[in-house]
Design a protein around this ligand. Structure first.
Ligand code: NAI
Length: 336
């Protein structure tokens, strides 16, 4: 029987595939990511025609894919696919599919979880309680109702942010170079205007060379004093050093950050000192990230906005369905 190899496979995925099988293929589950499996251990997978992976900060090594000569399809259980060398796959005639949508509401809800936690000092109050050091005056928060939230980027996630914000009785100042006509009353004509009006600013744009450090010294100077920044998008949208200075100066009143610049160095235990990206800049960012966490009005989480039972369920369902569609020669969600 042909096989499908699921890398980065956990118990949930095993259970799901047991209940929702791949047609005509035996599932093989590998707990490690494909790069972590030594070449010598690839023999059992050599006949695999389909593999499924999770997202990685490192590129999937083509040398590992070379060890799978019959490979016809790679499914990545993520929206992003820049960890896969599409040119290599096209050359070998390997189809690549992703999961374009699964968690817009999930991320938006988490952005509000961060926002409420910052505004109402939830983490500090919880920690003080555990240490029996309660000081009520420290936890005086700020309502969301009546405040203006600046939404940068009104794509899938930004749109849900607006909906939730309306539910809280907030005003919205949105900005997107490609405005959604359905939201036309929400927009301000420029980022400058958004900065000037917003009590809270939440980022929902992709990381691109143009967007790198969009929020830097200049932007902070144009914002309302005491503004709260929420970032569930990508770390490099914010100039970490400028954020640190703005927090120190009290210009920024608080921040909820699910993503950090060069976050790999904080999220992974195996730090390779010879890593190509382990340069002066990213070491400085890493040090700054640690310093950010020392502010009581900053809440940092380890890139988990997507991570709900519901969203992961949708990822698994879409992935297995896409694999079955590929087998039935009716592929969807192909990026190569
Ligand atoms: P999307 O592609 O649906 O929307 C992005 C929007 O940003 C587009 O409307 C685009 O026109 C706009 N945009 C781009 N540059 C802009 C700029 N400089 N100013 C204003 N608007 C700009 O993207 P989606 O699905 O809403 O995702 C947003 C971000 O959330 C992405 O960075 C994504 O990587 C991140 N994300 C984070 C997750 C997490 O677990 N923390 C999970 C899923 C997504």
């Amino acid at each position: 029987m042909k096989s499908v190899v699921f890398f980065d496979a956990d118990e949930k995925l095993r259970d799901f595939v047991a209940r929702n099988p791949v047609a005509g293929h035996a599932p093989v589950f590998v707990a490690q990511d494909i790069n972590a499996v030594p070449a010598a251990a690839f023999k059992p997978y050599a006949n695999a025609e389909i593999i499924s992976l999770f997202t990685h900060s490192d590129k999937v090594a083509n040398q590992k894919l070379d060890l799978l000569p019959r490979l016809k399809m790679i499914n990545t259980r993520s929206t992003g696919f820049n960890h896969i060398d599409l040119a290599y796959c096209r050359k070998r005639g390997i189809a690549v599919t992703n999961v374009p949508k699964y968690g817009e509401i999930t991320v938006a809800e988490f952005a509000f979880a961060l926002l409420l936690s910052v505004m109402r000092h939830v983490v500090q109050a919880r920690n003080d309680m555990a240490q029996n050091q309660i000081r009520l005056e420290k936890y005086m928060g700020t309502d969301l109702a009546g405040k203006t939230i600046g939404i940068i980027g009104t794509g899938s996630i930004g749109r849900h942010m607006i909906q939730i914000a309306k539910g809280f009785g907030m005003s919205v100042a949105a900005y997107d170079p490609y405005p959604d006509p359905a939201l036309k009353d929400m927009y301000v004509p420029s980022l400058k205007k958004l900065y000037r009006q917003s009590d809270i600013i939440s980022l929902h744009i992709p990381s691109t060379p143009q967007n790198r450090h969009l929020i830097g010294k200049q932007a902070f100077a144009e914002m309302k004093p005491g503004v709260v920044i929420i970032n569930t998008a990508r770390g490099d949208l914010i100039d970490t050093q400028a954020l640190y200075q703005a927090l120190r100066a009290g210009r920024v009143g608080g921040a909820g950050l699910d993503v950090l610049e060069n976050e790999d160095f904080l999220l992974n235990d195996d730090i390779d000192p010879n890593h190509a990206r382990c340069n002066h800049e990213c070491l400085l960012d890493s040090a700054m990230n640690l310093k950010l966490m020392q502010f009581k009005n900053v809440i940092v989480t380890p890139h988990i906005a997507f991570n709900s039972v519901d969203a992961i369920g949708r990822i698994m369902a879409i992935s297995v369905e896409d694999i079955n569609r590929f087998i039935a020669r009716k592929p969807v969600n192909r990026v190569a």
